[in-house]
Design a protein around this ligand. Structure first.
Ligand SMILES: N[C@@H](CCC(=O)N[C@@H](CS)C(=O)NCC(=O)O)C(=O)O
Length: 90
């Protein structure tokens, strides 16, 4: 199972909040841009990741997180220090 955090994003979406959070906590991640104009969010390749066809989506350790409010906080066990900083800030 991959340790990589993959962030499916479109800059014209609420994914910007998740992008901001990932940058703030310094978690390594890879962005996969999903074009609304090209309808990529409703194509099979992305629906296999998130059947709702919505952005943002984060995939980590085989699990897709599809809610903005949840996607912004990665699993604490992976990035303990960063997660601790977030929890202290809340
Ligand atoms: N409940 C989700 C909703 C995500 C959502 O609706 N994203 C919009 C962009 S901001 C989207 O993907 N729209 C494309 C569509 O619904 O076709 C969340 O808050 O993250």
């Amino acid at each position: 199972m991959s340790e990589e955090v993959v962030f499916y994003h479109n800059p014209m979406s609420r994914g910007r909040m998740v992008h901001w959070m990932l940058e703030e906590i310094g978690v390594p991640y890879r962005i996969e841009l999903v074009s609304f104009d090209k309808g990529e969010h409703k194509k099979a390749a992305f629906l296999a990741v998130n059947p709702m066809g919505k952005i943002p989506t984060i995939v980590h350790r085989g699990t897709a997180v599809t809610e903005t409010g949840a996607a912004g906080i990665p699993e604490p066990s992976c990035h303990a220090c960063a997660a601790d900083e977030i929890l202290e800030a809340l």
